[in-house]
Design a protein around this ligand. Structure first.
Ligand SMILES: N[C@@H](CCC[C@H](N)C(=O)O)C(=O)O
Length: 280
């Protein structure tokens, strides 16, 4: 097998290895994802993305999402923008549809080189998140008085958002893993810590399921805006501020969530085919 080309891309520092398996199919095992994702001995990434031929006639490309622990995810907002930018660049088109295991995501070029993705409807039923037992996803009691209740939703992947008075005072390295694996989240969860800093502006940091603390999380930004609007903390559109910039998120009246933000390519390279031996 030949060396496998990849692009290292990121959305606001949430970083990805993107492998194109549309022409030459490639299967990435959990062990290979972990090896490539190692930040000391591999390339390093928060998520590894494999592009595949679409399964739906309405989609242009299928995008598989693997976390750095090797687990598969149903959504990745920041990587979706990266993939959209790559495919728009190749095709010269203005809009395309991305397919994931959670559904179809229409996307288009926005102003100033940014990309807008329709991340689909925010799912608010406890079964959709999923939670371990029936309860109102607006206020999910996790038993940590310092944080209060979580507001939960699925954006194609599970999110729990906590609104805090001071983001910098939260011990995310301690609370993140504890909450990711909380008994109420049978599929684990992405844990968002959010601080409303002004009407329409929310600071956010996310402990991601399967990846740990990241610099940004697109689906987490969507879940946060939806949670803030449900709690009456903001309207249905806001800027979500992360360490390296901002995303603009809008929760449309039809329930769909639009995410607009930047993309970047850091470098390209090739991966040792031995990583994929026996799986392709
Ligand atoms: N980086 C992401 C989310 C990636 C998947 C997540 N860790 C999960 O397991 O659900 C984003 O930008 O949305």
């Amino acid at each position: 097998m030949e060396p496998v080309p990849f692009a290292k891309m990121h959305g606001l520092g949430n970083d990805f290895v993107v492998i194109d398996g549309r022409v030459r199919p490639i299967r990435v095992s959990e062990a290979a994802a972990q090896a490539i994702g190692d930040r000391h001995t591999g390339v390093g990434f928060d998520q590894l993305i494999v592009l595949e031929p679409p399964q739906s006639a309405d989609a242009d490309v299928f995008m598989r999402i693997l976390n750095s622990d090797g687990s598969e995810a149903g959504a990745c907002g920041n990587a979706t923008r990266c993939v959209v930018s790559k495919v728009l660049g190749e095709s010269g088109r203005e809009r395309i549809v991305i397919e994931t295991i959670s559904g179809l995501l229409p996307a288009e070029r926005a102003a100033m080189g940014e990309i807008t993705v329709d991340m689909g409807p925010a799912r608010l039923d406890w079964r959709d998140v999923p939670l371990a037992e029936p309860m109102d996803t607006l206020a999910v009691p996790v038993g940590l008085p310092e944080l209060g209740d979580a507001t939960c939703s699925s954006m194609g992947n599970p999110h729990a958002t906590f609104f805090v008075p001071d983001l910098d005072a939260v011990d995310m390295a301690r609370l993140g893993p504890q909450l990711e694996h909380h008994r109420l989240f049978p599929a684990r969860a992405n844990i968002g810590f959010a601080q409303v800093v002004a009407p329409g502006r929310i600071r956010l940091q996310v402990w991601e399921r399967g990846a740990g603390l990241t610099l940004a999380c697109g689906s987490g930004a969507c879940a946060t805006l939806v949670a803030a609007a449900r709690r009456g903390l903001t309207g249905r559109k806001a800027e979500i501020l992360v360490k390296h910039g901002r995303l603009v998120i809008e929760w449309r009246e039809d329930g769909h969530v639009l995410m607009t933000g930047p993309v970047a390519t850091s470098f390209t390279g090739t991966l040792d085919p031995a990583l994929f031996a026996g799986t392709n």
